[in-house]
Write a protein that binds this ligand. Structure first.
Ligand code: V0V
Ligand code: CO
Length: 156
């Protein structure tokens, strides 16, 4: 029998954020602030990802393990979120999981045969390194890995 490589786990720590696709960012921010009681902690435009986005935090948050709602408005029709809105309309777009080491997490998912969209980390919201797994390999769920800033691996 050939020796099996030891199975590695990707080291998922928690859900960092859920990404929600919308047509009008200002309108959805107002809704999540007024009705859900969340607070905007970051607003950025990410040209590489084709989005304008806002991160919202919870009033009863846990400071050592934050999680967010990420609202996403496309920069144009030919972007991931633009195409998603055209095909499916507004709604849940992706789930982002926090990992302590995104390179190790990508290696683990790759070794498990999961289809990667990003082989290398990219620049994400609030200084994080991010990488996406293809929804076709995750039961229809677009999945994002998030390494918050302050760890060793860097986006490139
Ligand atoms: C597309 N599909 C999805 C999906 N988007 N399924 C589940 N969830 C989604 N969000 C399905 C779609 O229905 C098709 O299924 C198939 O994938 C191909 O879709 P497509 O419209 O032809 O689009 P593609 O293939 O050009 O692009 C789809 C992928 C693309 C997922 C590859 O959206 C991508 O690269 N996404 C990663 C980047 C991203 O989403 N950035 C925006 C967030 P059928 O019809 O074939 O069954 S940026 C972010 O979160 C940041 C900055 C952060 O958190 O810091
Ligand atoms: Co995201």
């Amino acid at each position: 029998m050939p020796e099996m490589a030891p199975r590695t786990t990707p080291g998922l720590a928690r859900i960092d954020h859920v990404g929600i696709a919308c047509r009008d960012l200002a309108e959805k921010i107002a809704f999540y602030q007024d009705v859900f009681g969340l607070a905007v902690v970051s607003r950025e435009t990410n040209e590489e990802q084709g989005v304008r986005e806002a991160m919202l935090q919870f009033p009863l948050r846990s400071p050592e393990a934050p999680s967010y709602v990420q609202l996403l408005e496309p920069l144009g029709p030919d972007t991931p979120v633009g195409k998603f809105l055209a095909k499916r309309g507004e709604g849940l777009h992706h789930v982002g999981y926090a990992v302590p080491d995104i390179a190790a997490a990508l290696a683990s998912f790759g070794a498990a045969g999961v289809r990667l969209i990003d082989e290398r980390p990219r620049h994400g919201s609030m200084g994080a390194a991010i990488a996406f797994l293809h929804p076709a390999g995750v039961g229809g769920v677009l999945t994002e890995l998030v390494q918050p800033p302050g760890s060793s691996s860097r986006a490139g």
